[in-house]
Design a protein around this ligand. Structure first.
Ligand SMILES: Cc1ncc(COP(=O)(O)O)c(C=O)c1O
Length: 387
């Protein structure tokens, strides 16, 4: 009776079920910025009460004032974005859904990075599209294997890059980006660049500080949104910036407008408030960045005391991956931490980290919670190492 776009088995996996039952005091999977003690300025949401929001005059691409505000964000990366090339969506997830509808027939495919954010598989499947993983090489700082990408099947319509990637924290190397753009242009693929974490450089490096919105060679869609850029996921506003060869950009925008017009999903008050939210939300972004840097420094300090453990230094984002000795399976260790130590972490296999022995920690929790969670995690590992 039901379509195969929705998984037949909707039961939570063992770890999700244990996490829901345990309500652990040291939840290092917490990735909701509104629940981690990040300070939000008073009056931040006042602009939502603008009386202009009482009138409904929808523009399928989004109100011009909101598109101008989203476009202006790219000045931080030295890119002058034309507001006419911006389309608003209710979230980045919705942006993916719109782009998969735009680019891929049912049964076609998109290339997605691995390890990465596990929602891609569902987002693609809900559009009737296959998500084909391409591997990021840990030994090379999570750079993609461009030769393997070049050998992708003919059904591929787009390549997704996450810049910086969640949860490896790796920015796309500018040289790889140029090569990807060249390959995409040659193959007739679009590039979908998820830049929701671009505002959060942790270790920096030469890969940070630039945006795919400047792309010229291939049809490219850079994605961003309020959920990460000012820590307001509940407001439901994201954006797509289209770039690349002008005729392709114009053809894509006309079709994206058709898709957006079919749903008109972004509320008027949040669009009217966007300029103020982006301006007044800057301290939230700064507080989140400071929180992530502080927790990362603590993780590195604590991990340095256990030679068998190493904290990979993420280039950017809100999480960190910890390499742990494979003396115990990731799932067993995760469940043990949850049930015996009150500590929640994600096992690396959730994100398709290769091999065994990766744990993923959110850098958002309150520092006291984070450091005690890390202390307990390392103590638990020590007991395994001593066996
Ligand atoms: C890489 C990445 N893209 C997109 C999203 C979702 O963003 P939104 O709330 O705008 O749908 C997330 C959420 O964690 C993410 O990690």
């Amino acid at each position: 009776m039901f379509s195969r776009r929705v998984p037949a088995d909707l039961a939570p996996n063992r770890i999700a079920a244990a996490l829901a039952a345990a309500a652990p005091p040291f939840d290092l999977t917490a990735s909701n910025p509104t629940a981690c003690g990040i300070p939000y300025p008073d009056g931040l949401l006042d602009a939502l009460a603008d009386r202009a929001g009482l009138a409904y005059r929808p523009d399928p691409r989004g109100l011009a004032s909101a598109r101008r505000a989203a476009a202006a964000e790219y000045r931080r990366w030295g890119v002058e974005v034309d507001p006419e090339h911006v389309v608003l969506t209710a979230s980045t997830s919705e942006a993916y859904a719109f782009l998969f509808k735009l680019l891929a027939e049912p049964g076609a495919a998109v290339l997605v990075p691995s390890p990465s954010y596990p929602l891609f598989e569902h987002l693609a499947r809900l559009e009737g599209v296959d998500a084909i993983p391409y591997h990021l090489n840990a030994e090379l700082g999570w750079r993609p294997d461009l030769d393997a990408l070049a050998a992708a099947p003919a059904a591929v319509r787009a390549v997704v890059v996450v810049h910086p990637n969640n949860p490896t924290g790796s920015f796309v190397h500018p040289g790889d980006a140029a090569e990807l753009e060249r390959l995409a242009a040659e193959r007739g693929w679009a590039v979908i660049a998820d830049e929701v974490f671009l505002d959060y450089p942790l270790a920096g490096g030469d890969g940070s500080g630039w945006s795919f919105a400047a792309a010229e060679e291939a049809l490219t869609f850079a994605l961003g949104g309020l959920s990460k850029s000012v820590g307001l996921p509940q407001l439901k506003l994201g954006w797509i910036v289209a770039g690349g060869p002008r005729p392709l950009v114009e053809a894509a925008l006309a079709r994206l407008e058709f898709i957006a017009d079919t749903f008109l999903s972004v509320g008027t008050p949040v669009q009217l408030a966007l300029p103020a939210l982006l301006h007044d939300g800057a301290p939230v972004r700064a507080a989140i960045l400071e929180r992530c840097r502080e927790n990362l420094a603590e993780l590195q300090r604590a991990a340095a005391a256990v030679p068998e453990v190493s904290a990979r230094l993420p280039g950017g984002g809100w999480s960190a991956a910890l390499r742990v000795p494979a003396v115990v399976g990731e799932e067993e260790l995760t469940l043990e931490l949850l049930e015996r130590d009150g500590v929640a972490v994600h096992p690396g296999y959730f994100f398709d980290f290769p091999g065994a022995g990766t744990l993923v920690l959110s850098l958002l929790p309150e520092p006291a919670t984070f450091s005690e969670g890390v202390r307990r995690l390392l103590a638990r590992l020590r007991t395994h190492l001593q066996r």
